[in-house]
Design a protein around this ligand. Sequence first.
Ligand SMILES: [Zn+2]
Length: 159
Amino acid sequence: MQFVEEWSANQGRNLIYIHPAVLEVFRQYIQAGPSDLEAGGLLLGYVRGSHLEIVEATVPTRFDRRFRTFFERMCDLHERIAKKRWVDSSGLVRYIGEWHTHPQDYPSPSGTDLIEWRKLALKRKDERPVLGLIVGRKTLYLECMPCVGEGMKFHSIVD
Ligand SMILES: [Zn+2]
């Protein structure tokens, strides 16, 4: 399974680059088998103008509650990692958004996902959108959710 590194929206005015190490993390949590559980975590990276570069995905901890079609993150541990990266990088590596898996080949967000992403966007003090990322079995789904208005969906750039 090869996930795509480069994603584009808004005729290329908004680009997202996902580091291969992050895609490797996603690959490890693909819900391939019928009993594989949902997984998820935070996405961390750089904001470069209107572009995003994802350099790290936090992985499920034993404190997270994992189910077949549901994942509940114990916020504190993931957020502690995010805070540490932010401090260690002098504020360059930031919280970008959230990821979780779906047992679907071509994943699409559930109603709950959209509500959740919106809530997270509303919670942000810097008023930046939150990137919602879903790891399916064959592809990823990426959408930037602002605190108001429509989300911005990204398309993979395949060469
Ligand atoms: Zn979901």
